[in-house]
Design a protein around this ligand. Structure first.
Ligand SMILES: [Zn+2]
Length: 394
Protein backbone atom coordinates (compact mmCIF):
# COMPACT_ATOMS: atom_id res chain seq x y z
CA UNK A 1 0.00 0.00 0.00
CA UNK A 2 1.40 3.38 -1.00
CA UNK A 3 0.74 5.77 1.85
CA UNK A 4 0.21 9.38 1.06
CA UNK A 5 2.57 11.50 3.14
CA UNK A 6 1.06 14.99 2.66
CA UNK A 7 0.11 16.25 6.14
CA UNK A 8 -3.12 17.80 4.88
CA UNK A 9 -4.32 14.42 3.74
CA UNK A 10 -3.62 12.51 6.92
CA UNK A 11 -6.56 11.36 9.01
CA UNK A 12 -6.85 12.94 12.46
CA UNK A 13 -7.63 10.18 14.94
CA UNK A 14 -10.58 10.35 17.23
CA UNK A 15 -10.10 11.38 20.82
CA UNK A 16 -10.82 8.42 23.04
CA UNK A 17 -11.24 4.77 22.24
CA UNK A 18 -10.10 3.75 18.73
CA UNK A 19 -11.83 0.63 17.56
CA UNK A 20 -10.69 0.77 13.93
CA UNK A 21 -7.75 1.74 11.76
CA UNK A 22 -8.66 5.22 10.48
CA UNK A 23 -8.05 4.75 6.76
CA UNK A 24 -9.56 1.26 6.69
CA UNK A 25 -12.68 2.52 8.42
CA UNK A 26 -12.93 5.61 6.21
CA UNK A 27 -12.67 3.61 3.01
CA UNK A 28 -15.19 1.03 4.24
CA UNK A 29 -17.70 3.68 5.32
CA UNK A 30 -17.46 5.44 1.97
CA UNK A 31 -17.83 2.19 0.01
CA UNK A 32 -20.86 1.08 2.02
CA UNK A 33 -22.71 4.38 1.51
CA UNK A 34 -21.92 4.56 -2.20
CA UNK A 35 -22.93 0.91 -2.72
CA UNK A 36 -26.21 1.42 -0.89
CA UNK A 37 -26.97 4.47 -3.00
CA UNK A 38 -26.17 2.45 -6.12
CA UNK A 39 -28.57 -0.29 -5.00
CA UNK A 40 -31.33 2.25 -4.35
CA UNK A 41 -30.90 3.93 -7.73
CA UNK A 42 -30.64 0.78 -9.90
CA UNK A 43 -26.93 1.14 -10.30
CA UNK A 44 -27.14 4.94 -10.63
CA UNK A 45 -29.49 4.71 -13.64
CA UNK A 46 -32.55 6.18 -11.90
CA UNK A 47 -33.19 9.89 -12.57
CA UNK A 48 -32.95 10.37 -8.81
CA UNK A 49 -29.35 9.20 -8.81
CA UNK A 50 -28.41 12.69 -10.04
CA UNK A 51 -26.69 14.56 -7.25
CA UNK A 52 -23.92 16.92 -6.23
CA UNK A 53 -23.51 15.74 -2.66
CA UNK A 54 -24.17 12.29 -1.21
CA UNK A 55 -24.19 11.69 2.54
CA UNK A 56 -24.90 8.75 4.78
CA UNK A 57 -24.41 7.24 8.20
CA UNK A 58 -22.78 3.90 8.90
CA UNK A 59 -23.05 2.10 12.22
CA UNK A 60 -20.39 -0.21 13.63
CA UNK A 61 -21.09 -2.43 16.59
CA UNK A 62 -17.59 -3.69 17.37
CA UNK A 63 -14.07 -3.79 16.05
CA UNK A 64 -14.89 -5.62 12.83
CA UNK A 65 -15.52 -3.19 9.96
CA UNK A 66 -17.10 -6.07 8.01
CA UNK A 67 -20.07 -5.92 10.36
CA UNK A 68 -20.72 -2.27 9.61
CA UNK A 69 -24.23 -1.39 8.46
CA UNK A 70 -25.54 1.55 6.44
CA UNK A 71 -28.25 3.29 8.46
CA UNK A 72 -29.25 6.00 5.99
CA UNK A 73 -28.28 7.75 2.77
CA UNK A 74 -29.31 11.11 1.34
CA UNK A 75 -28.50 13.69 -1.30
CA UNK A 76 -29.11 17.41 -1.72
CA UNK A 77 -27.51 20.85 -1.78
CA UNK A 78 -30.42 23.27 -1.46
CA UNK A 79 -32.68 24.97 1.05
CA UNK A 80 -36.34 25.89 1.03
CA UNK A 81 -37.62 29.03 -0.63
CA UNK A 82 -38.83 31.19 2.29
CA UNK A 83 -42.39 31.48 1.01
CA UNK A 84 -42.87 27.72 1.41
CA UNK A 85 -41.93 27.55 5.09
CA UNK A 86 -44.60 25.67 7.01
CA UNK A 87 -45.90 26.87 10.39
CA UNK A 88 -47.16 23.31 10.94
CA UNK A 89 -43.72 21.75 10.60
CA UNK A 90 -44.64 20.03 7.34
CA UNK A 91 -41.77 21.24 5.17
CA UNK A 92 -38.05 20.46 5.27
CA UNK A 93 -36.18 23.75 5.47
CA UNK A 94 -32.67 22.47 4.84
CA UNK A 95 -32.07 19.74 2.27
CA UNK A 96 -28.28 19.67 2.30
CA UNK A 97 -27.37 15.97 2.21
CA UNK A 98 -25.66 15.78 5.62
CA UNK A 99 -28.53 17.61 7.32
CA UNK A 100 -31.05 15.21 5.80
CA UNK A 101 -28.82 12.28 6.85
CA UNK A 102 -29.00 13.42 10.47
CA UNK A 103 -32.80 13.66 10.35
CA UNK A 104 -32.92 10.13 8.91
CA UNK A 105 -30.63 8.93 11.66
CA UNK A 106 -32.94 10.39 14.31
CA UNK A 107 -35.80 8.56 12.65
CA UNK A 108 -33.76 5.38 12.97
CA UNK A 109 -33.13 6.06 16.67
CA UNK A 110 -36.87 6.40 17.22
CA UNK A 111 -37.45 3.06 15.52
CA UNK A 112 -34.79 1.49 17.74
CA UNK A 113 -36.55 2.75 20.86
CA UNK A 114 -39.81 1.40 19.46
CA UNK A 115 -38.04 -1.96 18.98
CA UNK A 116 -36.95 -1.86 22.57
CA UNK A 117 -40.54 -1.41 23.68
CA UNK A 118 -41.80 -4.13 21.39
CA UNK A 119 -43.40 -7.21 22.93
CA UNK A 120 -41.35 -9.45 20.72
CA UNK A 121 -38.27 -10.58 22.63
CA UNK A 122 -36.31 -10.76 19.43
CA UNK A 123 -36.98 -7.11 18.57
CA UNK A 124 -36.26 -6.09 22.10
CA UNK A 125 -32.87 -7.84 22.03
CA UNK A 126 -31.98 -6.42 18.66
CA UNK A 127 -32.39 -2.81 19.74
CA UNK A 128 -29.15 -0.82 19.84
CA UNK A 129 -30.36 0.70 23.11
CA UNK A 130 -30.32 -0.61 26.61
CA UNK A 131 -31.65 0.88 29.83
CA UNK A 132 -29.29 2.94 31.98
CA UNK A 133 -28.28 1.10 35.12
CA UNK A 134 -29.21 3.38 37.95
CA UNK A 135 -30.74 6.41 36.36
CA UNK A 136 -33.61 7.02 33.99
CA UNK A 137 -33.22 6.80 30.24
CA UNK A 138 -31.36 4.74 27.68
CA UNK A 139 -27.81 4.41 26.43
CA UNK A 140 -26.35 2.90 23.29
CA UNK A 141 -25.05 -0.61 23.77
CA UNK A 142 -21.32 -0.85 24.21
CA UNK A 143 -19.23 -0.20 21.09
CA UNK A 144 -22.12 1.06 18.99
CA UNK A 145 -20.67 3.91 16.92
CA UNK A 146 -22.01 6.15 14.17
CA UNK A 147 -19.87 7.40 11.30
CA UNK A 148 -20.99 10.28 9.09
CA UNK A 149 -19.97 10.17 5.45
CA UNK A 150 -20.19 13.22 3.18
CA UNK A 151 -19.03 13.01 -0.41
CA UNK A 152 -17.40 16.43 -0.11
CA UNK A 153 -16.36 18.97 2.48
CA UNK A 154 -19.36 20.46 4.36
CA UNK A 155 -20.34 23.97 3.22
CA UNK A 156 -19.14 26.96 5.23
CA UNK A 157 -15.92 27.11 7.20
CA UNK A 158 -14.62 23.65 6.23
CA UNK A 159 -15.07 24.06 2.49
CA UNK A 160 -14.50 27.71 1.78
CA UNK A 161 -10.72 27.52 2.17
CA UNK A 162 -10.29 24.12 0.55
CA UNK A 163 -11.97 24.29 -2.83
CA UNK A 164 -9.41 21.86 -4.33
CA UNK A 165 -8.00 18.52 -3.32
CA UNK A 166 -4.97 18.88 -1.05
CA UNK A 167 -1.85 18.46 -3.19
CA UNK A 168 0.96 16.01 -2.47
CA UNK A 169 3.11 18.93 -1.33
CA UNK A 170 0.34 20.65 0.59
CA UNK A 171 1.80 21.61 3.94
CA UNK A 172 -1.43 22.72 5.53
CA UNK A 173 -3.06 26.09 6.10
CA UNK A 174 -0.43 28.82 5.63
CA UNK A 175 -2.65 31.53 7.12
CA UNK A 176 -4.36 29.90 10.08
CA UNK A 177 -4.77 33.20 11.94
CA UNK A 178 -6.64 35.12 9.30
CA UNK A 179 -9.83 36.56 10.68
CA UNK A 180 -11.95 34.81 8.10
CA UNK A 181 -10.91 31.41 9.49
CA UNK A 182 -13.49 29.75 11.67
CA UNK A 183 -16.30 32.22 11.13
CA UNK A 184 -19.93 31.26 11.40
CA UNK A 185 -21.52 31.29 7.97
CA UNK A 186 -25.01 30.97 6.65
CA UNK A 187 -26.43 29.41 3.54
CA UNK A 188 -28.24 31.84 1.35
CA UNK A 189 -31.70 31.18 0.06
CA UNK A 190 -31.87 29.91 -3.51
CA UNK A 191 -28.11 29.81 -3.72
CA UNK A 192 -25.36 27.38 -2.97
CA UNK A 193 -22.67 29.46 -1.30
CA UNK A 194 -22.34 30.67 2.27
CA UNK A 195 -21.70 34.15 3.72
CA UNK A 196 -20.37 35.23 7.12
CA UNK A 197 -23.04 35.86 9.74
CA UNK A 198 -23.60 39.58 10.23
CA UNK A 199 -25.27 41.29 13.15
CA UNK A 200 -27.69 43.07 10.85
CA UNK A 201 -29.24 39.89 9.56
CA UNK A 202 -29.16 37.55 12.51
CA UNK A 203 -32.69 38.40 13.53
CA UNK A 204 -35.06 36.83 11.11
CA UNK A 205 -38.78 37.14 11.39
CA UNK A 206 -41.44 34.89 9.97
CA UNK A 207 -43.32 37.69 8.27
CA UNK A 208 -40.07 39.22 7.04
CA UNK A 209 -39.03 36.03 5.29
CA UNK A 210 -42.52 35.41 3.92
CA UNK A 211 -42.40 38.91 2.44
CA UNK A 212 -39.24 38.05 0.62
CA UNK A 213 -36.42 38.80 3.02
CA UNK A 214 -33.64 36.30 2.40
CA UNK A 215 -33.92 33.21 4.56
CA UNK A 216 -30.60 32.45 6.22
CA UNK A 217 -29.78 28.93 7.34
CA UNK A 218 -26.69 27.87 9.29
CA UNK A 219 -23.97 26.34 7.13
CA UNK A 220 -23.35 22.60 7.42
CA UNK A 221 -19.91 23.22 8.98
CA UNK A 222 -21.55 25.21 11.77
CA UNK A 223 -24.35 22.69 12.28
CA UNK A 224 -21.92 19.77 12.52
CA UNK A 225 -19.75 21.75 14.98
CA UNK A 226 -22.92 22.15 17.03
CA UNK A 227 -23.58 18.39 16.92
CA UNK A 228 -20.05 17.95 18.30
CA UNK A 229 -21.17 19.81 21.42
CA UNK A 230 -24.86 19.11 21.97
CA UNK A 231 -24.94 15.73 20.19
CA UNK A 232 -26.74 14.94 16.94
CA UNK A 233 -29.87 13.57 18.64
CA UNK A 234 -31.55 16.94 19.15
CA UNK A 235 -33.44 18.27 22.16
CA UNK A 236 -36.46 15.97 21.88
CA UNK A 237 -34.41 12.79 21.80
CA UNK A 238 -32.60 13.98 24.93
CA UNK A 239 -35.71 13.06 26.92
CA UNK A 240 -34.75 9.45 26.27
CA UNK A 241 -30.96 9.33 25.86
CA UNK A 242 -27.75 11.05 26.78
CA UNK A 243 -26.13 13.05 23.99
CA UNK A 244 -24.96 10.89 21.08
CA UNK A 245 -21.94 11.98 19.05
CA UNK A 246 -20.50 10.94 15.71
CA UNK A 247 -17.37 8.83 16.10
CA UNK A 248 -16.09 9.77 12.64
CA UNK A 249 -16.63 12.29 9.90
CA UNK A 250 -15.42 10.93 6.58
CA UNK A 251 -15.16 13.02 3.41
CA UNK A 252 -15.26 11.54 -0.07
CA UNK A 253 -13.39 14.54 -1.51
CA UNK A 254 -11.85 17.91 -0.57
CA UNK A 255 -10.58 16.54 2.73
CA UNK A 256 -8.16 19.01 4.22
CA UNK A 257 -7.02 18.18 7.76
CA UNK A 258 -6.47 21.76 8.98
CA UNK A 259 -9.65 23.24 7.60
CA UNK A 260 -11.89 20.36 8.54
CA UNK A 261 -10.58 20.04 12.11
CA UNK A 262 -10.89 23.79 12.65
CA UNK A 263 -14.45 23.84 11.36
CA UNK A 264 -15.54 20.73 13.29
CA UNK A 265 -14.13 21.51 16.76
CA UNK A 266 -10.78 23.30 16.82
CA UNK A 267 -12.35 26.78 16.63
CA UNK A 268 -14.35 26.14 19.81
CA UNK A 269 -11.80 24.37 22.00
CA UNK A 270 -12.00 27.28 24.45
CA UNK A 271 -15.57 26.37 25.27
CA UNK A 272 -16.56 26.75 28.94
CA UNK A 273 -17.57 23.79 31.05
CA UNK A 274 -20.58 21.99 29.63
CA UNK A 275 -23.48 20.44 31.57
CA UNK A 276 -22.99 16.86 32.72
CA UNK A 277 -22.99 14.22 29.95
CA UNK A 278 -22.01 16.81 27.33
CA UNK A 279 -18.47 17.30 26.05
CA UNK A 280 -16.67 18.69 23.04
CA UNK A 281 -16.55 15.68 20.73
CA UNK A 282 -13.43 15.20 18.59
CA UNK A 283 -14.34 12.51 16.08
CA UNK A 284 -12.01 10.80 13.65
CA UNK A 285 -11.62 13.05 10.61
CA UNK A 286 -10.51 11.43 7.39
CA UNK A 287 -10.60 11.52 3.63
CA UNK A 288 -10.69 8.33 1.57
CA UNK A 289 -7.87 6.68 -0.38
CA UNK A 290 -9.33 7.48 -3.80
CA UNK A 291 -11.11 10.80 -3.62
CA UNK A 292 -14.37 11.00 -5.52
CA UNK A 293 -14.28 13.10 -8.70
CA UNK A 294 -16.26 16.33 -8.79
CA UNK A 295 -19.86 15.80 -9.90
CA UNK A 296 -20.22 17.88 -13.05
CA UNK A 297 -23.41 19.52 -14.27
CA UNK A 298 -26.16 21.55 -12.67
CA UNK A 299 -27.23 20.65 -9.13
CA UNK A 300 -30.66 19.01 -9.11
CA UNK A 301 -33.47 20.65 -7.17
CA UNK A 302 -34.47 17.50 -5.35
CA UNK A 303 -33.09 15.73 -2.32
CA UNK A 304 -33.55 12.02 -1.62
CA UNK A 305 -33.50 10.09 1.64
CA UNK A 306 -33.61 6.48 2.76
CA UNK A 307 -33.10 4.73 6.10
CA UNK A 308 -32.96 1.08 7.18
CA UNK A 309 -36.42 -0.45 6.87
CA UNK A 310 -37.64 1.87 4.09
CA UNK A 311 -38.80 0.31 0.85
CA UNK A 312 -37.45 3.03 -1.39
CA UNK A 313 -35.99 6.50 -1.66
CA UNK A 314 -38.21 9.42 -0.77
CA UNK A 315 -37.79 12.32 -3.19
CA UNK A 316 -38.26 15.83 -1.81
CA UNK A 317 -38.35 19.05 -3.77
CA UNK A 318 -35.79 21.14 -1.89
CA UNK A 319 -37.44 24.42 -2.91
CA UNK A 320 -40.83 23.55 -1.41
CA UNK A 321 -39.56 21.16 1.29
CA UNK A 322 -42.25 18.62 0.29
CA UNK A 323 -42.61 16.00 -2.43
CA UNK A 324 -43.84 16.90 -5.89
CA UNK A 325 -47.44 16.14 -4.93
CA UNK A 326 -47.18 18.50 -1.96
CA UNK A 327 -47.03 15.73 0.63
CA UNK A 328 -44.82 16.23 3.70
CA UNK A 329 -41.62 14.27 4.11
CA UNK A 330 -41.29 11.40 6.57
CA UNK A 331 -38.47 13.50 8.03
CA UNK A 332 -40.43 16.70 8.66
CA UNK A 333 -40.81 18.12 12.16
CA UNK A 334 -44.46 17.09 12.27
CA UNK A 335 -43.68 13.46 11.45
CA UNK A 336 -40.82 13.17 13.92
CA UNK A 337 -42.78 14.93 16.65
CA UNK A 338 -45.74 12.54 16.25
CA UNK A 339 -43.39 9.63 16.79
CA UNK A 340 -41.81 11.38 19.74
CA UNK A 341 -45.23 11.96 21.33
CA UNK A 342 -46.04 8.24 21.15
CA UNK A 343 -42.70 7.31 22.71
CA UNK A 344 -43.05 10.01 25.34
CA UNK A 345 -46.37 8.51 26.37
CA UNK A 346 -45.03 4.95 26.54
CA UNK A 347 -41.80 5.86 28.31
CA UNK A 348 -43.21 8.31 30.83
CA UNK A 349 -41.81 6.28 33.76
CA UNK A 350 -38.21 6.46 32.57
CA UNK A 351 -37.77 9.93 31.09
CA UNK A 352 -34.58 11.87 31.71
CA UNK A 353 -36.62 15.07 31.75
CA UNK A 354 -39.62 15.17 34.03
CA UNK A 355 -42.36 17.43 32.79
CA UNK A 356 -46.07 17.32 32.50
CA UNK A 357 -47.05 16.28 29.02
CA UNK A 358 -45.94 19.22 26.87
CA UNK A 359 -48.72 21.02 25.12
CA UNK A 360 -46.71 22.08 22.09
CA UNK A 361 -43.63 21.30 20.06
CA UNK A 362 -42.01 24.46 21.32
CA UNK A 363 -42.75 23.63 24.94
CA UNK A 364 -41.39 20.11 24.54
CA UNK A 365 -38.15 21.43 23.09
CA UNK A 366 -37.76 24.18 25.66
CA UNK A 367 -38.16 21.78 28.58
CA UNK A 368 -34.88 20.08 27.63
CA UNK A 369 -33.01 22.45 29.95
CA UNK A 370 -29.56 20.84 29.92
CA UNK A 371 -29.59 20.60 26.17
CA UNK A 372 -30.38 24.30 25.95
CA UNK A 373 -27.74 25.16 28.47
CA UNK A 374 -25.16 23.26 26.37
CA UNK A 375 -26.37 25.12 23.30
CA UNK A 376 -25.98 28.48 25.05
CA UNK A 377 -22.46 27.53 26.11
CA UNK A 378 -21.65 26.74 22.50
CA UNK A 379 -23.13 30.05 21.44
CA UNK A 380 -20.80 31.89 23.82
CA UNK A 381 -17.81 29.90 22.54
CA UNK A 382 -18.65 30.99 19.02
CA UNK A 383 -18.87 34.61 20.04
CA UNK A 384 -15.68 34.76 22.03
CA UNK A 385 -12.93 34.67 19.43
CA UNK A 386 -14.92 36.95 17.16
CA UNK A 387 -16.34 34.22 15.00
CA UNK A 388 -19.98 34.99 15.40
CA UNK A 389 -22.68 37.61 15.13
CA UNK A 390 -21.84 41.26 15.48
CA UNK A 391 -18.13 40.78 15.31
CA UNK A 392 -17.44 41.47 11.68
CA UNK A 393 -18.67 43.58 8.88
CA UNK A 394 -18.77 42.08 5.43
ZN1 LIG B 1 -24.19 22.26 3.28
Amino acid sequence: MQLDQAPSRQPIPREGLQLHLPQVLADAVSRLVVDKFSELTDNFTSPHARRKVLAGVVMTTGTDVKEAQVICVSTGTKCINGEYMSDRGLALNDCHAEIVARRSLIRYLYSQLEHFLSNSDDDHQKSIFTRCDNRPGFVLKENVQFHLYISTSPCGDARIFSPHEAGVEDQGDRHPNRKARGQLRTKIESGEGTIPVRSSNTIQTWDGVLQGERLLTMSCSDKIARWNVVGFQGSLMSYFTEPIYFSSIILGSLYHADHLSRAMYQRITEIEELPQCFSLNRPLLSGISNAEARQPGKAPNFSVNWAVGDQALEVINATTGKDDLGRPSRLCKHALYSRWMRLHGKLSSTLRIRTVRPSSYHEAKQAAAEYHSAKQTLFRAFQRPGLGPGSRSP
